[in-house]
Design a protein around this ligand. Sequence first.
Ligand SMILES: [Zn+2]
Length: 274
Amino acid sequence: MTEEIIMLGTGSAFPRKSYNSCFIIRTDRLMWLTDGGGGNGIFNALASAGINPAELRHLFVTHSHTDHILGIIWIIRRIVNLTLEGAYSGRLNVYANSEAADALTEICRLTFLKSYFDTMMSITDFHIVAHGDRLAVEDVEVEFIDCRSENVLQTGYIMHLPSGHTFATLGDEALNPRNADLVAGTDYLHCGAFCLYADRERFRPYEKHHFTVRDVAREAEKAAVKTMILSHSEDVTERKQENYTAEAAAEFSGRIIIPADGERIDLIAGSGIF
Ligand SMILES: [Zn+2]
């Protein structure tokens, strides 16, 4: 049985060494992409992970910001090409909240050849999702969550995996206390942590509506999450994994994973590298 997360990117909007935060959840029957990062660097990230875009049938977008949505546009563009070449058949499923779905459709309309846009519309099933919606997709059940973002409509989800484990993501947001009951006790919580609290003056997360490792760890502790996976971070801190883990561990008693680009985390056995 396979249940893993493949971190294609772990960086924030302006990474220096990493790709923007995005990942794939893979089970025996599902390959579920969450966000695409900010450009066609998604193709390198996929190639490094050994994934062919033709394998992608389920694309989820958390929100409409550039560093999350533009990579999805490139993937759709590639899937349109593959369709026209006869190398992709069947439906493409795109899951997003209403704002992100509108942005995605509009960007495709404005930037694709008309024939590509028409092909995209004819092969794609758009699933507009809102807080509390539940969908059965292949061998998982996905329950969508409004992240209660202050600056954009952002949607996360709790995925109920075939093994019985639960994986929740809040996109690039921290856990809002209003959602604590929803994610309470989840096996894995993925969310954004922009930088160390100790470095808040240097990276200024709060003015960008982001939070620090310490902030996120406190909320995850209150929600009794078992494992926390943090990404959407600055990538210039020396010994980032060690330093982030130490700051999180002062607040959070569960397991802490600070992944690097390309890292695979086995969701059945725990992290592949710890
Ligand atoms: Zn972002």
